[in-house]
Ligand binder design. Sequence first.
Ligand code: HEM
Length: 511
Amino acid sequence: MLLDLSLYQACLGVASASFVYGATRGVYNLYFHPLAKFPGPKWAAVTGWWKTYVEVYKGESIIDKLFELHKIYGPIVRITPNELHFSNPSVYHEIYNQRSRWNKDPNIYQVFGEDISTVSTLDYRDAKRRKELIAPHFSRKSVLQLQYVVQDGLNELCAVIRARCEAGKQTDIWRAFRCVSMDNITSYCFGYCIDAVHATDFKEPATEELHEGLRVFHVFKHFSFLKHIIVVLSRLIFKYKIAELDRPGYGRKNIRQIKGIIENPTILADAPHQLVYHTLLDPNASLKLSRPSLHDEAGMLVVAGVDTVSNSSTVATIWTATQGDPDRLRAELRAVWPRIDAPPSLEVLEDLPYLRAVCKEALRLSHGVYTPMLRIVPPEGATLGGQFVPGGTSVGISNLFVHLNPEIFPEPHKFCPERWLAPGAESLDTWLVAFSRGPRSCLGINLGWCELLMNTANIFRCFTVELGDCWPLFVGGENGPISPYELFHDDCYLPYYHGPDLLFKFTPIDS
Ligand code: HEM
């Protein structure tokens, strides 16, 4: 009884202390915090739980919310006690530029489960060393040398789509691109192809899991202890056995491949071409990565290179087919690709103005990453959007606030490749930020561009594309036909799509 009472009293004591601490902290955050002068919802200033409530409990896209909040509060909004979001596109280049040495915010970048990879490395200097190590594999020179890997993947994809046409089947274009991107990234980085394009109806478990995995982003972001428990259990207690079982197909293969190369580095000599491990495990490299770090790097390369490429390729295909000028694109392609069985090189495709314009517009409307990519202001503080922001503040501006700004891109939701061809359009390139900018911008930009150009070129040269059973999605409503923003709507770091299969009718072009 005595024990019960003291336990009860202890719990009551802890609860009261937590309440008093929380209340005091809330009052401090609201009135005395260095960010107290910045506008925003009161509850967002008081506690980070407000954002948890919006994203996890209500399941709302924070991007929608941010558009709403900026209308009410102006160009700077305090979105948690320590986080500011900006809406003025010029601030993008103040935050993400080559001169900034800002660290990434752990609240976003330590939630993926692949915490010791390049993407998740928080510190600017550590990330620079890692990027220097891995960058040669993604240089323009490497991509030009290995472009055949991407074309091989596309040859397989086109063969599968042709077979589907013969069988009278429509094709889910988004799943098809995710499968070919998965095959291409595994081939390009690891020298094996998981052959996702041959999965029934392109429903390959690894690509499906990868996309579904995006849904836990907010849960892990707001309740990071859950992720830590899973990772620590899998890594320490079961010495990778659980990780091995849990990871999708490529994960198991990567673990075995890394083990094999570490035990016998000479097997790299038998690789079909240069692999990412030739650079990551170069004995002369100044940085030696641990085995868990190599696993995380491999896993993260797949995460980084599948949905990003397939989202942009899907936007290019769907909106060219439904609202663009497919005949113009095909005519341009035919001129450099007269024989269907002899596709041109990447260098030739890069010189096609309309194809480039289609791909830029697709990048603009698929955005790369949706979530504001949070960076920590250095201790001395910084001036952003004309306002002094104290050191330690987490700041960001979502790519959508640049890409959908009507002053830069009139009718911003409209798919309009022609805007990239108008006189003076070169100046628009500053505002195409799908690969982000600055020292933490995309490492795979050359490969990303290569895949997007080749995906789009192969689909439109080899097939005509028409709306299939997904047509009801594309019927013009009150606000006109559906926009990419409405389709790829949810913010789960990357855009998350959940809706009907995006079934299109393909008809092969034989000559
Ligand atoms: C259309 C295709 C792609 C787009 C739009 C894209 C976009 C982006 C963006 C916006 C970032 C910054 C993320 C952040 O700071 O939160 C990023 C980073 C990164 N991307 Fe890509 N990406 C694409 C393709 C690829 C590919 C094919 C790879 C290669 C596997 C790749 C590897 C990476 C890596 C490793 C980073 C982290 C760089 C760092 O932290 O410093 N990406 N990408």
